[in-house]
Design a protein around this ligand. Structure first.
Ligand SMILES: Nc1ncnc2c1ncn2[C@@H]1O[C@H](COP(=O)(O)OP(=O)(O)OP(=O)(O)O)[C@@H](O)[C@H]1O
Ligand SMILES: [Mg+2]
Length: 402
């Protein structure tokens, strides 16, 4: 007989669900020794009182870049060496030169008022702080600034140029950058001067293979789940799927988390292959819905109109093909136009509408089918790739909320 405590806590599946969350920072990162070593080598000069190397870290999503950088920064802080400083920030939040400078200053000079300064005041302030140093000898401070997702910074060349130039303007002390990005074309967007400055040293994170992913998952599963919940073969399946999705460890962990949630509802509380397969569907939907929220307004309205048609059981003008419901593109346009007007927006022309459809198809949200035999003319038929109510909800959450 189970105890009440057992029944109330975790329902016999999870010991600690947070171990699988994307925010959890694992104690040890497996399979990244070489990459971490390179980052540490780049950073190490500050421990001897000279400038660190500027590093650029590149690799696909979920390959452990953020985790590795944060770990190195944490290790550096642990050393507690005087006049050595480091800060980590995600540029989604600090997305301009001004904001990055502001963040650095507020990290190290908490009493300096945060708003209302011109850029040059902030720059002078940072210069001053670097030069002074905290010790009696006034040797200057050595700072490392890690800029994660650096590709989203708007005035990127200015930022890199400024942070590099600061080293020419200080008598003592130094500043070095660790830039992190998963964008393949990032390099080409930089002007040559910032490029050569930022790429003193480059560290590339390769995608994980299935074997590495299952090592990571097994490790994490051991502290996330009760004993015996996860099948060995389920771990292998999740790893194989994620290896096929660009070797993304975050995706692999998400599969395991969703599978765990699914099996909480099952009588035998076991994660086997079928839970992983179901989790994969859910995870793909999660991804799609994230995409929907970032779409331009009219594309969302268009998607919403298609979802409304798909939900409308009284609607008879659809084409059924092997149980799949397809809708006339022209009909969807009508709905879209009237919905836009209802919301006080000008509907876009049908030429734009074609463009939008193409983009939605590329994103895998809508399928376009040229009408075959039996349907008049050159009509395009549309099919929604996901469940209509969930698509509607995703749109309602963003634009229709107003
Ligand atoms: N070697 C590893 N060992 C254990 N967990 C890992 C490892 N690599 C990645 N992870 C886990 O995978 C997830 C994604 O890792 P991380 O955030 O470091 O990826 P990233 O390369 O920064 O991805 P993105 O480019 O999307 O920002 C995290 O939850 C992290 O804990
Ligand atoms: Mg990251």
């Amino acid at each position: 007989m189970p105890s009440f405590d057992e029944l109330l806590s975790g329902k016999g599946v999870f010991v600690d669900k947070s171990v699988l969350s994307p925010h959890y920072i694992p104690e040890t990162l497996h399979f990244r020794d070489e990459e971490i070593r390179k980052i540490m080598l780049g950073v190490a000069p500050v421990l001897q009182g000279t400038k660190a190397k500027n590093l650029f870290i590149y690799g696909g999503t979920g390959t452990g870049k953020t985790s590795s950088v944060r770990q190195v920064i944490a290790k550096l802080k642990e050393r507690g060496v005087a006049n050595v400083y480091s800060t980590y920030m995600n540029c989604r939040v600090y997305d301009s030169r001004y904001k990055v400078l502001q963040k650095i200053i507020s990290d190290f000079k908490p009493h300096f008022s945060k708003t209302g300064h011109s850029f040059s005041v902030l720059y002078e302030e940072l210069l001053d702080w670097l030069e002074q140093g905290s010790g009696e000898e006034k040797k200057g401070r050595h700072l490392i600034v890690a800029l994660d997702e650096i590709d989203v910074v708007k005035d990127l060349d200015n930022l890199v140029y400024t942070l590099v130039r600061i080293n020419d303007d200080v008598q003592r002390g130094s500043l070095a950058i660790i830039g992190v990005s998963n964008k393949v074309n990032f390099k080409q967007r930089l002007d040559p001067r910032s490029k050569s400055a930022l790429y003193e040293e480059e560290v590339v994170f390769q995608p994980y293979n299935a074997e590495q992913l299952s090592g990571i998952l097994r490790n994490r599963a051991a502290s996330a789940f009760e004993k015996g919940v996860v099948d060995e073969s389920a771990v292998n399946l999740a790893s194989a799927i994620a290896a096929g999705e660009n070797g993304d460890a975050r995706y692999a962990l998400l599969l395991l988390l969703r599978a765990g949630e699914l099996c909480e509802e099952l009588p035998d509380k076991k994660i086997s292959d079928s839970e992983i397969e179901r989790a994969r569907k859910l995870a793909d939907e999660d991804k799609a819905f994230e995409v929907i929220s970032t779409l331009p307004e009219h594309q969302q309205l268009l998607l919403y109109s298609l979802a409304c048609l798909a939900e409308d059981v009284s609607y008879r003008k659809l084409v059924e093909d092997n149980g799949e419901k397809l809708y006339f593109s022209g009909e969807v346009y009508e709905r879209y136009a009237s919905l836009s007007r209802k919301l006080g927006r000008d509907p876009r022309s049908s030429r734009w509408y074609r463009e939008y459809l193409n983009e939605l198809e590329l994103l895998g949200l809508v399928q376009m089918v040229g009408s075959g035999k039996g349907v008049r003319g050159h009509t395009t038929l549309l099919k929604l790739a996901y469940d209509a109510p969930r698509v509607k909800k995703a749109v309602e959450k963003t634009i229709m909320a107003e």
